[in-house]
Design a protein around this ligand. Sequence first.
Ligand SMILES: O=C(CO)[C@@H](O)[C@H](O)COP(=O)(O)O
Ligand SMILES: [Fe+2]
Length: 222
Amino acid sequence: MSKQSPVIAPSILSADFARLGEDIAKALAAGGDWVHFDVMDNHYVPNLTMGPMVLKALRDYGITKPIDVHLMVKPVDRIVPDFAKAGASLISFHPEATEHVDRTIGLIKDAGCQAGLVFNPATPLNWLDHVLDKLDLVLIMSVNPGFGGQKFIPQALEKLRRVRRLIDESGRPIRLEIDGGVTADNIGEIAAAGADTFVAGSAIFGAADYQTVIGKMRAAIG
Ligand SMILES: O=C(CO)[C@@H](O)[C@H](O)COP(=O)(O)O
Ligand SMILES: [Fe+2]
């Protein structure tokens, strides 16, 4: 199984919260493929963002592209059905934040969403043992979770290469996503390491022209 078609997912953590729907629609019209929706609880990570009501409001506003929910919350399970009902397409969670990783994957799938598992910079990949075949996406964090605008941690590249091999060996169409410090300058090297799904927050929403930066990213991915 080779890599899947590239997806660029603007992280709305860096969008204009005072006019969220409008700013996201602008990033999607400029070439963004998915919406990356960062959920932080001031418990699992030291920051607080948004919940299922905001996601539903975005669907009601007319956002129809896939919404990729990145849960940085603990516990995980009780909030999963609420995000599914609100219109999430894919829900990813951190293995350290739940008691039963396999059960949480099952809950996400039973709720009708795709499931992803997220690896912090220091989280070992052996959490993938026994569950890789049940996943739709593996997300490698290239910053410590909690904030946008941080610098890319280069050790993530070796982790991407290792997960790419595991995914290829599995023969399943599992996406490999990278999140944190992704820019038009480093995205080529990240793609070469095996990622096919690219989250970018500050690099897109901090740019004067979203279309230009997304175009540069696509050209660098090749
Ligand atoms: O999950 C997170 C941070 O915890 C990310 O999704 C960031 O929001 C990405 O932002 P940039 O590093 O691209 O600015
Ligand atoms: Fe994220």
